[in-house]
Design a protein around this ligand. Structure first.
Ligand code: HEC
Length: 410
């Protein structure tokens, strides 16, 4: 029994001809559109990303955070391609929002290497897949689904629960996977709770990462965006110099990402505590951002961005012995950036402020109050004592800038 991929066309990223089944969630603060796993009409039927909890839209204070970043889906394309004004995605890559993929350390699905051609392997959140031939696993290739497992979906006004149960006697893998999207009452916050119970004979040793396909108000990655983590970023493959730069614990874009440009880099330098799984992506023009945290430590992290989408991809490691269960939670906080932090007047001192003050914390923290010149001097001295750097000239320019634009009479 073979399944065929039926291509569909998304018109300017809004209307999908196939009308995929979806559900809306809201807690009054954020509004979500979530696609349902469905092997006939689902929005996503590729064999790369987890089918559950795929978010087609999230609106907070009138700003859209997600949505399709490609205009068409074409099985002839590998990964994606930029064709004139259009971006065309392969069925496996055509995911949206916070999409998750399970891969082992060697970027293989469970049991792929051991399987013989015609045999089966397991992609969590997708199903039992058929190995086509001797070639290495290719995440962009559409594999035949031998068994999609048993999906169940439960919905309330502000939460959704997906479960998938699957056993593959021939590879020895089996699991009960549960994912819950939950909007926190009274807060612009979404949690994604996961649990994976190993029901097979073999231990499950895998990574899972979230691709976080983000496009705030559809805006291309560029100087309005900043990415902030709580550690000093190291990278053995820094982003292209003309396009983006690592500054301490932040990544900033120097110009808009256009055409075929790609800004990508590993984000290294994190420790082994869950507190380092903490990334904020802000768009200054829209005046909003999202902060993503987790109760598990990072296994790795990277940035990938093209003109239509910006993805910070945190990975965690999962190890579950047969009969055991592993849980992990991600928390997404959506927030507005304070007007002061958004509208830094262009004047002498601004560059020095951005270079020396917006590293350990964001500008909103530094601009929490208006202060007299004396108080700003005291703050700057205090920050230098805490580790802020800058030449005497820069520090004086910062003090003057703050006193002038964020000053107060005695
Ligand atoms: C080496 C890290 C670091 C740098 C660089 C830095 N700060 Fe801070 N800043 C801190 C810490 C730590 C706090 C306290 C945070 C807290 O209380 O949670 C803070 C707090 C603040 C506050 C809040 C008021 C206060 O005193 O707690 C202001 C205002 C501030 N910083 C301004 C600045 C300015 C202006 C610069 C640039 C000269 C700067 N910061 C650079 C670490 C830094």
């Amino acid at each position: 029994m073979s399944r065929r991929w039926v291509p569909f066309v998304c018109l300017t990223g809004l209307l999908c001809a196939a009308n995929p089944p979806e559900t809306e969630l809201s807690n009054g603060e954020i509004r979500l559109k979530v696609y349902l796993p469905d092997s006939n009409a689902g929005f996503y039927r590729g064999t790369r990303f987890d089918w559950s909890g795929m978010i087609g839209s999230l609106v907070y204070k009138g700003h859209e955070f997600y949505g399709p970043w490609f205009q068409r889906v074409d099985p002839a394309v590998r990964d994606f391609s930029s064709e004139g004004a259009e971006i065309v995605a392969s069925p496996c890559t055509a995911a949206v929002g916070p999409a998750e993929e399970f891969v082992t350390d060697s970027t293989q699905p469970l049991g792929y290497q051991e399987a013989k051609p015609g045999g089966t392997f397991v992609k969590i959140g997708v199903g039992v897949l058929k190995k086509l031939d001797d070639s290495a696993y290719n995440r962009f290739r559409l594999y035949e689904i031998a068994d999609g497992g048993k999906w169940k979906v439960g919905t309330s006004a502000d939460s959704m629960e997906f479960t998938q149960e699957l056993t593959d006697p021939s590879s020895g893998y089996g699991y009960f996977y549960q994912k819950t999207l939950r909007l926190t009452k009274g807060k612009p916050q979404m949690q994604i709770l996961h649990s994976l119970r190993n029901n097979g004979r073999k231990p499950i040793d895998s990574n899972v990462y979230n691709h976080n396909f983000l496009r705030i108000d559809g805006e291309a990655p560029g100087p309005d965006y900043t990415i902030t983590v709580p550690f000093q970023i190291k990278s053995d493959r820094p982003p292209t110099k003309e396009l983006a730069e690592i500054r301490g614990n932040r990544i900033v874009y120097l110009k808009a990402v256009t055409n075929q440009d790609r800004v990508a880099t590993p984000i290294q330098g994190f420790g082994n505590q869950p507190a380092d799984y903490d990334v904020r992506v802000e768009n200054r023009k829209a005046g909003v951002g999202v902060r993503i945290t987790s109760d598990r430590p990072l296994a790795s992290e990277s940035l990938w961005s093209i003109r239509a989408v910006l993805s910070v991809e945190p990975f965690i490691h999962i190890a579950v012995a047969p009969g055991q269960e592993f849980t992990w939670t991600m928390t997404y906080d959506y927030y507005a950036i304070s007007a002061q932090a958004r509208e830094l007047p262009d004047a002498p001192g601004k560059a020095a402020f951005e270079k020396n003050c917006v590293t350990c914390h964001d500008a909103a923290r530094a601009l929490d109050a208006r202060r007299t010149r004396e108080d700003w001097e005291r703050v700057v001295d205090d920050m230098v004592a805490r580790g802020a750097t800058g030449t005497d000239k820069e520090l004086e320019a910062i003090t003057a800038y703050l006193a002038r634009y964020f000053g107060k009479e005695k």
